[in-house]
Design a protein around this ligand. Structure first.
Ligand SMILES: Cc1cc2nc3c(=O)[nH]c(=O)nc-3n(C[C@H](O)[C@H](O)[C@H](O)COP(=O)(O)OP(=O)(O)OC[C@H]3O[C@@H](n4cnc5c(N)ncnc54)[C@H](O)[C@@H]3O)c2cc1C
Length: 488
């Protein structure tokens, strides 16, 4: 049985932010995740917007954590060297009903404490964003809205937590948690057992299931998938801000937004599904995204689309986050029902939850914290002089592995050597952008697989795209030829 003070289930944005906060205390902490990397749930597939907080109903947990969390983002991302940009947003309306919604969003935002909100006329909206549909009638201008790379933030927080003693264990799906003799005993699908003083549920789509294991109460969770288009990087993006349409009961609606890396994101739709792990994209879902997006951007073109993806929201029937002690269970805490604006809220959720956990078992702050050591500047962002220096210090900077995104062998090796380093092709892709470009890894994946094998000692044929059974190679040519010769 593995012993620790605290077990956190889930290494999404909530679990990694919490692990980082708790790593500042004198405690042994284990994070368990059923995925094979950090951020394998909703955190890897969302719109990447740090919402300012005008949409959540005042007085709810969503409103409180959204506004507090969004205010922490600029400093958090600067400290962790994670891409973040306060690009602002417009929520656009086309009719009288939309104007009423926009006025309501404005009032909600003011009540929630969002600064700088302003309702702008059609002319001003078009002046700000000339590619908008000229049929727009008014818009809510949200200067505090920002964009971030969600999984890069989760990687950075996990690295920081791990450097300060937190242990991340992947491929561990929690199937039972029970309190025996003042201790939580946790069991996973592959038969591992963990004992801890405090158990924390940050398990995204499994939130309700694990809540029931811990306290016996059944919650209704709806899994709501959203699909996206991601267009190639372009110097001439049609919009400089995030453009939302008016929200509905199913979510914030289809947006068109630049990303921090200069791509254009279009989506998501909203469809309730039975299996939270079903992150397929469908022709019907993508068609409904385009049908709505064209209303924002009449000259919409997806000719430069490089990929489609989907993420699944963990929506509780109560329509609010549940953050705090699990009712009726001793020494158990949770952050569940963390759908949008969960990304925006995570820094504030983690701050409040870590303080509650620390108080509950009398944890003391550490005297010394290991300072965060960021990854080196990407080769693609270096000046010519910086590139020369980098190659002089490490010849692997001279080998470009991903041509689309100009990612070098040195960056890939460094990403694998991070405290919570990449072990899969997708892990390398999300940490370095190798495979994120127009060819989507067609050229670089075999090279990345070889580097992964060299660095980790995992045989080449065992290297996977994203863990589990997602192997790319079934054998070597030598083995194939040997087998063929034996069959002759
Ligand atoms: C389509 C879409 C768009 C969104 N857009 C935005 C946005 O623009 N801005 C915003 O603020 N929010 C947005 N959100 C919400 C945001 O993405 C989520 O609130 C946030 O990522 C939730 O993080 P989490 O860590 O709570 O959950 P997750 O990221 O889902 O992490 C949960 C982790 O728990 C693990 N896990 C699950 N079950 C088990 C188990 N039994 N045992 C062990 N591990 C387990 C999973 O593998 C996963 O890694 C969006 C969500 C979606 C789906």
């Amino acid at each position: 049985m593995n012993q620790s003070d605290i077990v956190i289930v889930g290494s999404g944005i909530t679990g990694t932010a919490l692990a980082r906060e708790l790593s500042r205390y004198d405690a042994s902490i284990v994070v368990l995740d059923r995925g094979y990397d950090v951020a394998e749930g909703a955190t890897k597939a969302n719109s990447g917007i740090v919402h300012a907080g005008y949409d959540a109903v005042p007085g709810t947990q969503k409103a409180k954590f959204n506004v507090l969390g969004a205010k922490k983002y600029a400093a958090l991302c600067a400290g962790l060297h994670v891409p973040y940009r306060k690009c602002g947003a417009l929520v656009i309306g086309f009719c009288e009903e939309d104007r009423i919604t926009i006025e309501q969003l404005y009032r909600r935002g003011v009540l929630n404490g969002v600064s700088g909100l302003r309702i702008v006329s059609r002319d001003e909206a078009l002046q700000m964003e000339p590619a908008l549909n000229p049929a727009v009638s008014c818009a809510l201008f949200v200067p505090e809205s920002a964009i971030v790379s969600p999984y890069e933030l989760a990687f950075a927080m996990a690295d920081d937590a791990a450097a300060n003693g937190v242990r991340f264990i992947f491929g561990e799906s929690v199937i039972a948690a029970a309190r025996r003799g003042g201790t939580w005993e946790v069991e996973t699908a592959r038969g591992s057992r963990y004992a801890c003083r405090v158990f924390i549920n940050c398990s995204g789509s499994s939130g309700a299931e694990i809540h029931r294991m811990v306290c016996g109460t059944r919650l209704k969770m709806i899994h709501r998938r959203g699909q996206y288009y991601l267009l190639d990087r372009s110097a001439a993006l049609p919009f400089s801000r995030t453009i939302f349409q008016c929200p509905s009961s199913m979510g914030k609606g289809v947006l068109v937004s630049p990303t921090v890396h200069g791509n254009l994101l279009i989506g998501p739709n909203a469809e309730d599904i039975a299996d939270p792990l079903d992150t397929a994209t469908t022709s019907g879902g993508l068609a409904s995204v385009l049908e709505k997006a064209v209303k924002t951007w009449p000259s919409l073109s997806v000719r430069s689309n490089i990929t489609n993806f989907s993420g699944v929201r963990a929506h509780l029937e109560t329509d609010d986050f549940m953050v705090g002690p699990v009712p009726g269970a001793e020494a158990a805490f949770e952050a569940i029902g963390i759908e949008s604006p969960g990304l925006s809220s995570a820094p504030a959720v983690a701050e409040e939850l870590s303080a509650l956990v620390a108080e509950s078992i009398g944890l003391k702050k550490k005297k010394e914290i290991v300072p965060y050591c960021p990854p080196a500047k990407p080769f693609s962002a270096m000046t010519d002089g910086e590139r020369k220096n980098a190659v002089a210090q490490d010849a692997a900077y001279g080998n470009i592995v991903c041509r689309c995104e100009t990612v070098t062998e040195a960056e890939i090796r460094n990403a694998i050597r991070r405290p919570v380093g990449a072990t899969t092709i997708d892990g390398v892709k999300r940490r370095t952008r190798a495979g994120m470009g127009r060819c989507q890894g067609g050229f670089c994946s075999p090279r990345v697989a070889r580097i992964l094998s060299e660095e980790t000692g995992i045989p080449l044929c065992e290297i996977t795209k994203s863990g589990g059974n997602s192997r790319l190679l079934s054998g070597t040519v030598d083995e194939f030829l040997k087998g063929a010769a034996e069959n002759d």
